[in-house]
Ligand binder design. Structure first.
Ligand code: BV8
Length: 238
């Protein structure tokens, strides 16, 4: 860990691994989502065009599931860091659950969208959504029956990329938590950060696909290694 007095701006990237101990399926771990569903069948625009019912049921099931889960110690530790860190901090999450927010974090950016939003393809507005979409409910804004999950599928542009790259340019510390490094552009952020001189740290259950790009790596369950790291950062900064 670098000398913390030199650290002012922190960018954190989180993935499914931070929510695993809350009971939310990851994608590529043993028994993960992609073992039971082919990505091409449920997480692409082509899949939605080909079989909308299959895709809507897949997201209806996951939207309902996350509402039965609770944030874990890793989410709570990041929320504490968000509240107490004196410098810039941005939690860029690839996750579409709301556990960072329910833990109390505020500076959260969902680059792949959110389960709890429905996107109207007729009027292009987004509405909070906790129910199902399979019955083709009317858009709360325009009334059209044209709602889809507000989730970024493969082949679609992730959200707020300009803000993310701007934060990476300013970062003194980039921390990746619970992600396999399998999907771009998120998997490339560590290299953007390094090129700009940031220190890079991987916190994951095991080495990710991109672990060689990180100056430092700590491996173990997020509920153990993330609170320990947050304690270290906040005590070094005080
Ligand atoms: C885009 C929302 C253009 C949906 C998701 C060929 C080469 C390179 C790239 C491509 C290529 N062909 C196509 C591409 C682009 C493609 C891509 O990267 N494909 C991959 C498969 C090769 N990417 C896209 O299409 C993206 N869009 O590129 O647009 C563009 C380009 C540049 C700039 C702008 C635009 C859009 C991708 C978004 C897809 N949507 N999610 C949904 O949720 O249903 S992706 C989904 O998988 C996640 O959001 C996440 O991003 C990704 C990886 O998942 P992880 O979060 O990492 O989870 P995973 O299960 O994989 O890993 C869990 C990790 O946690 C593991 O390492 C495990 O060890 C660890 N873990 C487990 N338990 C714990 C733990 N760690 C700690 N504690 C624990 N207890």
């Amino acid at each position: 860990m670098p000398v913390m007095k030199d650290i002012r701006n922190i960018v954190i990237l989180s993935g499914a691994g931070i929510s695993a101990e809350s009971g939310i399926d990851t994608f590529r771990s043993e028994g993960g989502l992609w073992e039971r569903h082919r990505v091409e069948d449920v997480a692409t625009p082509e899949a939605f065009a080909r079989d909308p019912d299959l895709v809507l049921r897949f997201y209806d099931m996951r939207r309902a599931a996350i509402q039965t889960k609770e944030p874990n110690a890793a989410h709570l530790a990041l929320a504490r860091l968000d509240a107490e860190w004196p410098g810039e901090l941005l939690i860029v999450t690839q996750n579409v659950d709301d556990l960072h927010e329910r833990a109390g974090a505020e500076r959260v950016l969902h680059m792949h969208g959110e389960h709890l939003l429905a996107w109207c393809t007729a009027c292009d507005t987004r509405s909070p959504w906790t129910g199902t979409l399979i019955e083709r409910p009317p858009c709360p804004v325009c009334g059209e029956r044209a709602l889809r999950p507000d989730v970024v599928w493969f082949g679609e542009m992730p959200y707020r990329m300009d803000e993310i790259y701007a934060a990476l340019r300013e970062a003194d510390l980039f921390v990746s938590i619970g992600t396999s490094g399998a999907v771009y552009p998120a998997a490339g952020f560590v290299r953007n950060a390094r090129e700009m001189g940031a220190h890079t740290l991987e916190l994951n259950l095991e080495p990710s696909k991109g672990t060689r790009w990180f100056e430092e790596a700590r491996h173990g369950p997020a509920t153990q290694i993330v609170p320990a790291w947050v304690d270290e950062v906040l005590s070094a900064a005080s």
